[in-house]
Write a protein that binds this ligand. Structure first.
Ligand code: FAD
Length: 457
């Protein structure tokens, strides 16, 4: 009897899963393993929303494996030590896992490879599992990654499509392998009340509904804040309950302008992953140093608190920040305008905003979060680093009837559409009827501070 261990990380699914397929085809017994990695928790990634979603994903993966004759084994501790201990326990010949993109993931793979090889076992690391295309699958001449999206997209779109593989019919495990109890969502405290449910089943149902009823409208309505007309697949792509290659494949099969726009967004995800894979330091350091003198001190801290709590006095900013707290998710247009508000209007360091987003976002992802923050802050790959989104114009454009603001900012209930984005324009007595905060800063003053701080006159 030969045995393989499949180490799950950000790929919590059975469908289109190259490591599991490879293990099943080369060994007659397979042990699916997830390690609650202490180093990942210690680095601040064990935020309640993601822990609760993860509990759903692990429970669902376990259920799917049980239907096929197996089950999920959970261990906690140092990932390398736990894998090696399990390999000894079941006398496994090989370990299969998906390639990660972060500096930590690369180091973990190398440590694991060395530890296994020292004992005569092999590690197989499979590419293009957590992304549709592997970082490095397309490269510009003379560089280890693309720094500009459009040429990356052109080359990425030409890659030969990969047909998604079905889930295996059966998974046979060796006897007597112990597991820690799986975490329960109900046991996690501090979870956002409107948090979505996790798990592969949920992901697949959502994808089917999206392809049938959302995709064709996507191109026209993806920026409509109140319409909520995006796929909401991001947490599933983050935890790997949905294969990005399968999402691309099925959208391509559906066809049309909506599908093209959607595939382009999945490519943005791959784009940021290939930047992080080549430049792991950009998780914390500027991709392009703009010699910023970010504001610090009591006033900046108070304004940042107001931003976090959704009381900046700019309704569309506050609405989006309140959506984040309530759902652990925020509309992309909201992410753009709130990040611009923090980094450009308040001129506060993008790392502070990125950390806050990571504390709450269920899809909070080192590649997508840090590099989108850098893109908005102008320290990243945006070719127009000093552009500033005006929150009033953004509100009028992407929430013209004020429905998004009314949904999240009840203090402004009943206020008509243009005023709902500029309540300060109401005459005094009328303004006083709404218990809504004054603006933390006027836009012109904010812009002036940003330009002076960055030297971007
Ligand atoms: P859709 O519009 O339906 O898009 C489909 C998929 O494409 C998404 O699920 C996502 O995987 C990918 N995608 C869409 N837009 C982007 C983008 N700009 N960059 C990378 N991938 C994209 N996305 C995350 O997954 N995790 C994050 O931590 C994250 N942080 C962000 C922080 C900021 C400041 C900004 C501006 C954007 C961030 N995004 C992040 C990107 C984007 O906002 C979300 O992926 C998107 O809103 C998720 O909603 P959806 O699944 O309905 O997206």
């Amino acid at each position: 009897m030969n045995v393989a261990v499949v180490l799950y990380t950000s790929d919590l699914r059975l469908h289109d899963h190259p490591p599991l397929r490879a293990a099943l085809s080369s060994c007659d017994r397979v042990v699916p393993l997830f390690v609650r990695d202490r180093a990942v928790d210690a680095a601040g990634f064990a935020a309640p929303n993601r822990l609760a979603f993860l509990a759903d994903c692990l429970a669902d993966l376990d259920a799917g494996l049980r239907e096929r004759g197996g089950r999920l084994v959970l261990r906690s501790g140092d990932a390398v030590a736990e894998v090696c201990a399990l390999v000894q326990e079941c006398d496994a010949d090989e370990v299969h896992m998906a390639a990660g993109v972060s500096g930590y993931a690369h180091a973990r793979e190398e440590r694991l490879r060395a530890a296994l090889e020292a004992e005569g076992r092999r590690l197989y690391v499979h590419e293009a599992v957590v992304t549709a295309a592997a970082p490095g699958a397309v490269l510009p001449a003379g560089s280890d990654h693309f720094a500009v999206f459009t040429p990356y997209f052109r080359r990425w779109a030409e890659l030969p499509p990969r047909a998604p593989a079905p889930a295996p019919r059966s998974v046979r495990m060796p006897d007597g392998i112990g597991s820690d109890p799986l975490p329960r969502r109900a046991a996690v405290t501090g979870v956002s009340p409107g948090l979505a449910r996790g798990g592969e089943r949920e992901a697949r149902e959502l994808l089917v509904r999206w392809l049938r009823a959302g995709l064709s409208r996507y191109e026209d309505s993806r920026d409509d804040l109140a319409g909520d007309a995006t796929s909401r697949l991001s947490p599933h792509l983050h935890f790997g309950t949905l294969s990005p290659a399968e999402a691309v494949h099925r959208a391509r099969a559906a066809g049309g302008p909506g599908a093209e726009a959607f595939i382009r967004q999945i490519c943005w995800r791959d784009f940021h992953h290939q930047v992080l894979a080549a430049r792991p330091d950009t998780a914390v350091r500027d991709y392009r140093d703009r010699r910023d003198h970010w504001r610090t001190g009591a006033a900046a801290e108070e304004e940042t608190e107001a931003w976090k709590e959704g009381r900046t006095g700019y309704p569309v900013v506050d609405a989006a920040m309140r959506q984040l707290r309530h759902e652990g998710w925020m509309h992309n247009r909201g992410r753009l305008l709130t990040a611009s508000f923090l980094t450009k209007t308040l001129y506060v360091d993008w790392r502070i905003g990125a950390r806050y987003f990571l504390d709450l976002l269920v899809d909070g992802d080192l590649a997508n979060n840090q590099l989108n923050w850098q893109w908005v802050a102008g320290t990243g790959t945006d070719t127009r680093p000093n552009r500033v989104l005006n929150p009033v114009r953004q509100g009028l454009r992407h929430d013209p009837a004020g429905r998004y603001v009314h949904r999240w900012v009840p203090e402004l209930a009943g206020l008509d559409a243009p005023h709902v984005h500029e309540p300060w324009r109401l005459p005094g007595p009328e303004r006083a009827r709404y218990a809504y905060p004054d603006r933390v800063v006027e836009l012109a003053e904010g812009l002036d501070r940003f330009r002076r701080g960055r030297g971007a006159e």
